[in-house]
Design a protein around this ligand. Structure first.
Ligand code: FEO
Ligand code: CA
Ligand code: CA
Length: 628
């Protein structure tokens, strides 16, 4: 992200003024020391490089993207590219109708789903991409970030509601180069107008019923779709990262001000959506917010299937939802709540994954146990169950049943004493060593007296990555265990500035350090690829860095890809053969005042075209695995 989506009141507290989704994520510099000294910039030894053989990209920050030598990084699909025949991208005529037939805005999470379903095809599949949020000030002339909410026309607002959500598009690789298939039967937009269903313990709950939907199981729309995940049965989990600032109305006069406040709903109506949508008024439709901030499951192979909001996975500012099949066959989902001082969660299904019957897994995510993480200074990680009736999660404390508990997940986690983290983003298990890595992007609001072992720096402007170890190793790891061990994997920041307190492998070069880690992905060999969101605060581009997790190259991060000005890189995603790496370049030129003078017109660089968030396909020039 760059996102101001969740808890806009929190951002307001930070500087006393409402911040844009981008501004809210900007951090600064400062801190302590670990990797200090002159040895930090030493050359990387061959042994330390381990299996990662690419020549590191030199730090660069300009109007275009850059990849390490020996690789191609080609644009695969851009905002506005037509998904159907007969739809052209006309920047002067962006509408809800056109956006519903075009690739969406601000690409984020990427899932690659092979065709045919169940195969490992690495050259033909479905690209499933989140479209997180609109940027009206660089979509249209005449708007700034500050006045778009009040000045955007009704047509522009409706276009924004159609531009976010999720895109499914068929892609194929021919003669070494990827392209998308226009008019494929699979091509699909899911957005603010898509009807979806609700399942799990909160489905049909009184807290989800509205005047338009007395059943409490039919919701119109999804939004702020940030990161996500894929399931072993071939579906996508897209995460709603907190729609708080897209609602209008008077929060103080709503029916449930305490709940609204805990989730940041303050009526700020950041994009003007409430101006054209009656149900988005907090004082008129008090339960409408409860129908958002969930994980939504999409079956990309069934273009007509309604997306399903899976309430068993909790309600909060969902960043990602990554799955692992546990050794006993149960499916474990790791989840982060991306906001200041929020928590890390885990869901364990009751049933087990059936690899031989896709349909049998359809509702696996509706039953199971959600828990929240408590990190102790002795290296113990305890998963605290969020189960109605246990540990004070009772009617007397405001949780009448499991459905209500899930609607109020954050309040339940507060009561259990979970550990408040420095904005948890992706949480993902290594497919090789079985350990789980949790990314904290940053938290400049942490005061010295709030420091703890797992969030060890006050005013953490740089972010860090924790390593969580279930009992057992590799495929024998028990991801459903009640407690894990945990350790610090790395502390981001500039090693040349000891006051920042960063900690990497001492072989990390002047090009290899970063700040504000966000999404991570593992390649088939278990090497970690780290995307950043906020590094320009430190004078460097956002980009993608790779590291080993074990051996001499552990936490030796190396720069692989750099973004154009104003953008972050999201959604790193490998094909099963490890030979293609897809990345989403989100919000290029977001650092512009207006579209009249954009900082870049990436990727087209044409005067009549705006900057366009795009997915880039990276391949090695000789067809080798990425990083080989
Ligand atoms: Fe949308 Fe947490 O970044
Ligand atoms: Ca982010
Ligand atoms: Ca993110």
């Amino acid at each position: 992200m760059s996102h101001i989506g969740n808890s806009s009141h929190t951002y307001t507290d930070m500087v006393g003024a409402r911040l844009s989704r981008r501004q809210a994520l900007l951090g600064m510099v400062g801190a302590t020391a670990v990797a200090a000294g002159t040895g930090v910039w030493s050359r990387v030894s061959q042994a330390a490089m381990g299996t990662l053989k690419f020549a590191e990209l030199e730090k660069v920050y300009d109007q275009t993207h850059h990849v390490a030598p020996g690789y191609d990084a080609n644009i695969l699909i851009r905002w506005g590219d037509p998904l159907a025949e007969g739809v052209e991208f006309d920047p002067a005529a962006i509408s809800a109708d056109s956006q519903s037939k075009q690739f969406g805005y601000n690409c984020d999470f990427i899932g690659y789903m092979p065709l045919p379903v169940g195969s490992n095809n690495s050259e033909h599949g479905l690209l499933c991409v989140n479209n997180e949020y609109p940027d009206p000030h660089i979509m249209w002339s005449g708007l700034t970030e500050d006045d778009a909410a009040t000045k955007a026309s009704e047509d522009q607002i409706k276009a924004m509601m159609a531009a976010w959500g999720h895109t499914v598009v068929e892609i194929k690789k021919e003669n070494g180069r990827w392209s998308y298939v226009q008019d494929s039967e699979y091509n699909r937009r899911i957005n603010g107008y898509t009807e979806m269903t609700v399942s799990g313990p909160a489905a049909g709950h009184a807290l989800l019923k509205t005047s338009a939907d007395p059943s409490g199981i039919k919701v119109i729309g999804t939004g702020y779709n940030c990161a996500g995940g894929t399931t072993p049965w071939g579906t996508i989990l897209t995460c709603e990262e907190g729609l708080s600032d897209t609602f209008g109305g008077d929060a103080a006069n709503a029916a449930n001000p305490e709940l609204l406040d805990r989730y940041g709903y303050d009526g700020s109506d950041y994009y003007g959506f409430a101006r054209v949508t009656e149900r988005l008024h907090l004082d008129k439709e008090p339960n409408e917010p409860n129908r958002f901030d969930w994980v939504v499951e999409i079956d990309p192979y069934e273009p007509n299937a309604a997306p399903v909001k899976r309430t068993a996975l909790g309600r909060f500012g969902h960043e990602g939802a990554t799955t692992v099949v546990n050794k006993d066959g149960r499916v474990v989902v790791y989840l982060g709540d991306d906001d200041y001082f929020e928590y890390i969660y885990r869901f364990v299904t009751k049933g087990t994954f059936n690899p031989n019957d896709r349909a049998a897994n359809k509702n696996l995510l509706d039953e199971g146990e959600l828990s929240v993480a408590k990190f102790d200074a002795d290296g113990t990680l305890t998963w605290l169950p969020l189960v109605h009736g246990q540990n004070g999660l009772t009617a007397e404390n405001g949780f009448a049943d499991q459905g209500e508990l899930l609607v109020k997940t954050r309040l339940a986690a507060d009561l259990l004493g979970a550990t408040p983290m420095d904005r948890p983003e992706d949480v993902e298990a290594s497919p090789v060593n079985g350990r789980v890595y949790a990314v904290m992007t940053k938290n400049a609001k942490r005061k010295p007296e709030q420091v703890d072992a797992a969030n060890s720096r006050a005013e953490n402007k740089y972010g860090h990555i924790l390593e969580m170890s279930p009992p057992g190793e590799g495929k024998d790891a028990d991801h459903a265990a009640a407690s894990f061990k945990w350790d610090v994997f790395l502390l981001a920041g500039n090693p040349a500035k000891p006051e920042e307190g960063s900690a990497y492998n001492p072989g990390t070069t002047v090009n290899g350090w970063f700040a504000a880690p966000d999404n991570i992905a593992f390649d088939p060999r278990g090497r970690m690829w780290i995307a950043t969101d906020g590094a320009p605060d430190f004078g460097i581009a956002d980009g993608l860095y790779a590291t080993e997790t074990d051996g001499a190259g552990r936490a030796l991060t190396r720069m692989f890809f750099a973004c154009p000005t104003g953008s972050e890189v999201c959604g790193p995603c490998f094909t099963p053969d490890g030979k293609t790496l897809f990345v989403a370049v989100q919000h290029p030129a977001e650092d512009s005042e207006t579209l009249d003078n954009p900082t870049t017109r990436w990727p087209d660089f044409a005067d009549n075209l705006p900057p366009r968030p795009s997915v880039v396909a990276i391949t090695q020039k000789e067809g080798l695995e990425i990083g080989a």
